[in-house]
Design a protein around this ligand. Structure first.
Ligand code: SAH
Length: 215
């Protein structure tokens, strides 16, 4: 039997030493969500390696350091309305819910219905479905019906900030998004200044590509 609790604690201590986990809020959220529960059996062994893992449909669950870093950049707190584009396994959505102390709402949208179902099952088993709502569809268009959002978390790389997502960000909102550049991808923090995007680059990253449409 693997001692997941000790492995989780060790990984989180490492992420703190590396300066990736900065706040008690994100530390607590990462401690509260069992990553192994979001993985198929054959991958559970690697749940607390700091690496992305390939799941179904050639998609990946992000590495723990990337989940922690994006949560820090989002500045989550109780009561926010969050949109995640790219549900994958549901893990990151659960960490966001915990970082909001399970108060607020996370809308998350996944392109592949099979993954949306997998994520829904994972989130249901752990009791997150009252705060995390899973949708299937093209997240580059956002979820206009539920906009505006205080925070938008994008977990697949887009060629540019999808205009519809930017429109659905509240005026004092924050979006964290990987953008494809010529030979690489860069993680950006996007805010609104008089309705114009202000883009702050953070670091080089490697995400799966977003299925992207602007029409
Ligand atoms: N956040 C996830 C990991 C996401 S990997 C987790 O915690 O497990 C990126 C995900 O984005 C993949 O599941 C992929 O299918 C999805 N995706 C790609 N393009 C998309 C789009 N246009 N709309 C919604 N989801 C998309």
């Amino acid at each position: 039997m693997i001692d997941f609790t000790s492995a989780r604690r060790r990984l989180i201590n490492m992420l703190k030493d590396e300066g990736i986990i900065k706040s008690d809020r994100v530390e607590r959220a990462m401690l509260n969500v069992p990553r192994e529960e979001f993985l198929p059996n054959y991958l559970k062994l690697y749940a607390y390696e700091d690496t992305p893992l390939e799941i179904m449909y050639g998609q990946t669950i992000s590495a723990p350091h990337m989940v922690a870093m994006m949560c820090e950049l989002l500045g989550l707190k109780p009561g926010l309305r969050v949109l995640e584009v790219g549900t994958g396994t549901g893990y990151h959505a659960a960490v966001c819910a915990e970082a909001m102390e399970r108060r607020g709402v996370v809308y998350t949208i996944e392109y592949y219905p099979g993954l949306a179902l997998y994520a829904t099952q994972n989130l249901a088993r752990l009791g997150y479905l009252d705060i995390v709502h899973v949708f299937t569809g093209d997240g580059s268009r956002g979820l206009p019906k539920y906009a505006p959002f205080d925070r938008i978390l994008v977990t697949a790389a887009a060629p540019r900030v999808p205009p519809q997502l930017f429109n659905q960000l509240s005026s004092d909102g924050v979006m964290v998004i990987p953008i494809e550049e010529r030979f690489t991808q860069v993680l950006y923090v996007v805010t609104k200044e008089d309705d114009v995007p202000h883009m702050r680059p953070v670091t080089y990253v490697s995400f799966v590509k977003m299925r992207y449409s602007e029409e």
